[in-house]
Design a protein around this ligand. Structure first.
Ligand SMILES: Cc1cc2nc3c(=O)[nH]c(=O)nc-3n(C[C@H](O)[C@H](O)[C@H](O)COP(=O)(O)OP(=O)(O)OC[C@H]3O[C@@H](n4cnc5c(N)ncnc54)[C@H](O)[C@@H]3O)c2cc1C
Length: 478
């Protein structure tokens, strides 16, 4: 299996990643991307270590990462969850688009080649490469936020959302942009498609294809990276390890050979790839596994802060910690309930139960802000009553005051400052703010995600139960 250092060399390929008006020279060495690339390289090393339990035999008896393969039994599904948990624990849930996210989408795509019609062989061949070569895919499946009042065919300007500029005998030429490839700058390849509903007028934009990040004409415009501004690991322990840069993709007449096309000018096809294959449910189950690990980490942080401040026996604080415990347990339980209610589909892919999965996802936009609010409440001003940087800890001129005034019973300054700086990086730093936005939007705007919950709950049973109850009495029977 691929090692971390093989991955790091692979992404050093001249890709066109832009920051501050300039092209980045070598993402794996650049201060904005080197930290997250190192974290991803650790994930690959972890998966390749037989002790991690993340491997399974591949189709030819070789050893492969099970997270890139489709679960084909209940035991497989459980092992998938355990492997996804192992990766998530390595980042404590702070890396949203680790390679298992889009990997899960691809595994489900390949389980249902029929959904891709004439392009089926492209999907299965590519997914075989993902498994054999341990490829890290990012995806950009949302149109640029030009206007949500209409779809791209009604926008001013030619091909603003990525679409077909030219069809050739050997492939297609695409032009335009798509948002928002988290991890794109450090991925091997990118899946480009559109999950937002399109109209019959949007066929030019009804595409799905994969490309290496270094493809000629593909440019990645990154939002402001937070890692370079972070002063040290000590001051920003999360930012300095887990800052996945989000990137807008721009396609300057990019050539896509036919063997990399999954869906072509097919409005129904782009939706079917996500929902008919089981990709949406498997990929989002991975996301909820990661989310539950992150919530556990935040709960641990809150519990520790309360103990250090000596407030953890006060009834009001116990109530807050109890609420936090309930919120976290709900997500943990939904992950397990989705596994418990999983069923094999017509192709033998074990799909996590959609009712439990989307039930949890639908509440994520309320649940994450509530968890942050409880943590913010418990940390009080402690996250600001910290020295400006680790330099105040190491300087003989300042350290004595820090030791004398920033401590708690049983918790010397060194430990207290470290804990509260971590808490700030979780709730208050720029990285924390981005994570807040991420958890609200990564699976779609909240109204979209609640729509999944609405459609997958299965209201027929509860409605007929109410009907039966109503039928049991009448005006006459009172
Ligand atoms: C940090 C982060 C990372 C991301 N990573 C990725 C990634 O890796 N890959 C990827 O493809 N995408 C990614 N996304 C994009 C994400 O999928 C989108 O943000 C999400 O689908 C919502 O789309 P939008 O941002 O355009 O919001 P919009 O759809 O514009 O919604 C914004 C708000 O407008 C309102 N609104 C819009 N349309 C309607 C409507 N029809 N009815 C009612 N209200 C409406 C809603 O209140 C909504 O909350 C990421 C986003 C964030 C914030």
């Amino acid at each position: 299996m691929r090692t971390g250092s093989q991955y790091l060399s692979a992404i050093d390929d001249g890709r066109r990643v832009y920051l501050d008006g300039k092209r980045v020279d070598g993402v794996a060495r650049h201060p904005a991307f080197a930290p997250i690339a190192k974290t991803v390289s650790e994930l690959f090393d972890l998966a390749a270590d037989p002790a991690s339990g993340m491997t399974r035999p591949g189709p030819n008896g070789e050893v492969v990462n099970r997270l890139f393969t489709a679960p084909r039994s209940r035991e497989d599904l459980t092992a998938f969850r355990e492997a996804a948990t192992t990766w998530a624990r390595h980042t404590h849930g702070w890396v949203g688009r680790s390679p298992d996210h889009v990997g899960a989408f691809l595994a489900a795509f390949a389980s249902h080649p029929d959904v891709f019609g004439d392009y089926a062989a492209n999907v299965t061949a590519f997914q075989k490469r993902v498994v054999e070569e341990d490829l890290y895919l990012s995806y950009a499946i949302i149109p640029p936020q030009v206007s949500r009042a209409t779809t791209a065919s009604a926008w001013d300007g030619d091909l603003v959302q990525v679409g077909v500029a030219e069809e050739r005998a050997d492939g297609i030429v695409v032009r335009g942009a798509q948002m928002l490839a988290t991890g794109g700058p450090v991925a091997d390849e990118i899946l480009v498609s559109c999950i937002k509903p399109l109209t019959p007028e949007d066929t030019d934009f009804a595409l799905s294809f994969v490309l290496p990040v270094d493809t000629e004409g593909l440019k990645l415009y990154c939002r402001r990276p937070y890692a370079p501004a972070a002063t040290s690991h000590y001051d920003y322990p999360l930012t300095t390890r887990f800052d996945e840069t989000d990137a807008l993709l721009v396609f300057d007449d990019v050539f896509v050979p036919w063997d990399r096309v999954f869906v072509y000018r097919d409005v129904a096809g782009v939706r079917n790839q996500f929902f008919e294959t089981g990709a949406h449910v498997l990929g989002n189950w991975q996301a909820q596994i990661r989310f539950s690990v992150k919530l556990q980490f935040l709960a641990g942080l809150a519990r520790k802060v309360a103990a250090v401040n000596g407030v953890d026996k006060f009834p009001g604080v116990v109530e807050k910690l109890g609420e936090l415990a309930s919120l976290v347990s709900l997500v943990e339980s939904a992950v397990l309930a989705a596994e418990y209610t999983a069923e094999p589909d017509s192709a033998g892919l074990w799909r996590p139960g959609s009712r439990a999965l989307y039930g949890a996802m639908g509440l994520q936009s309320e649940l994450y802000p509530r968890v942050l609010a409880i943590l913010r409440d418990l940390v009080g001003g402690g996250v600001l009553q910290v020295p400006s940087s680790v330099a105040d800890m190491t300087s003989p001129e300042t350290r004595a005051d820090i030791d004398r005034y920033i401590y708690s019973p049983g918790t010397p300054a060194a430990d207290r400052v470290k804990l509260f700086k971590l808490a700030w990086d979780a709730v208050g730093s720029e990285f924390a703010g981005r994570h807040h936005q991420y958890e609200l939007f990564y699976a779609g705007a909240p109204f979209v995600v609640k729509g999944y919950s609405f459609r997958n709950y299965g209201f027929d049973g509860p409605v007929s139960e109410v009907d039966r109850f109503l039928a049991g009495y009448s005006e006459e029977s009172q």
